[in-house]
Design a protein. Structure first.
Length: 324
């Protein structure tokens, strides 16, 4: 018997099974919606590939040979497996959406709106803490979508990803209730001179956030606080920050922490650029829905409006103006 790389081809086996069940080439061809000549050609090809005769053909009838009888159960298993495979991939798998950390509003609100727009899809939240870590997970195929500062990623990493600008988030500072600046309604950056502010230094998942803080604090006399013990989860983070009493650089929707106040930063208003990020070439109806939800919310709430007194690094501004 010759090698059979094409004999297991589902189309050939499906044609063979139709003839085996109908024992009539014309009826089998009509059942498959193909020309009788094409079906006869496929059966002959299958016989040639297997090196056996599958049917005895006369002008009056078509009869399975012993080899044809032997092939029937194998052919049915191959065709069934192929149909099972196709059916499995017709079902849309869940989309894994990283929201960075519980309590951060932008990604959570986009996800919530996307679920409203497409309730039939399964959009599952993940919390990977920072875009740097999430980017590696997306490139490895273990995560689908994330939110964060795209310009803060290594250029080689950015090359494997795509992004859609979502929002300029105004930045705030979280202060202990008895801090010297806590009584202000808004804190001018000049008033922060001499302060040491926590901005995720030492956290390997969020260097893009620390680097943004370093750019903001540069030449303003503000220091990035030394690494604190790496806290996992909202409660642990709040406990560590309460213990160190260090001001925390945050964004406008950062969840409240006991014993602290959140004050917007002004003069200028520093902005944290947020993009929706995914692996280059990745396609999923859930991604399309997230992108639509981000556009809807952005337009309704003017998320991509850049205030006149807003501050953002030039590299970030260029990327945020570039839509995929």
């Amino acid at each position: 018997m010759s090698s059979v790389p094409h004999a297991a081809e589902p189309r050939l086996l499906r044609g063979f099974l139709a003839v085996a069940e109908e024992l009539h080439f014309t009826r089998a061809a009509a059942r498959l919606f193909v020309a009788q000549q094409a079906l006869s050609r496929d059966v002959r090809r299958l016989e040639r590939e297997l090196g056996v005769e599958l049917f005895v053909r006369t002008t009056r009838q078509v009869v399975l040979t012993a080899d044809g009888e032997r092939l029937v159960p194998y052919a049915r298993r191959v065709v069934a497996a192929q149909e099972e495979l196709v059916a499995a991939f017709r079902q849309v798998r869940p989309l894994l959406v990283d929201l960075n950390s519980p309590g951060l509003a932008t990604g959570a609100r986009v996800l919530r709106r996307a679920r409203e727009l497409a309730p039939e899809l399964e959009l599952m939240a993940r919390y990977e803490s920072g875009l740097t870590y999430a980017a590696a997970e997306m490139l490895a195929g273990r995560l689908d979508v994330s939110f964060g500062r795209f310009a803060g990623l290594d250029p080689a990493v950015r090359g494997g990803l795509e992004q859609q600008p979502v929002r300029y988030e105004p930045m705030t500072v979280i202060l202990p209730e008895d801090h010297r600046l806590a009584a202000l309604d808004a804190v001018p950056l000049a008033e922060m001179a001499g302060e040491s502010v926590y901005a995720g230094a030492g956290n390997p998942r969020t260097p893009e956030w620390t680097e943004l803080a370093e750019r903001l604090f540069e030449e303003r006399g503000i220091e990035v606080a030394a690494p604190a013990p790496l806290a996992v989860g909202e409660e642990e983070f709040q406990r560590i920050m309460a213990k160190t009493r260090t001001p925390v650089l945050a964004v406008v929707d950062f969840p409240p922490m006991p014993g602290t106040v959140s004050r917007p930063l002004v003069d200028p208003v520093p902005l944290s650029p947020v993009s929706l990020v995914w692996r280059k070439g990745f396609a999923h109806p859930g991604l399309d829905t997230l992108r639509r939800a981000a556009v809807e919310l952005g337009r309704a709430e003017v998320w991509l409006s850049h205030p006149e007194d807003g501050w953002i690094p030039a590299t970030d501004a260029l990327i945020m103006m570039t839509f995929t």
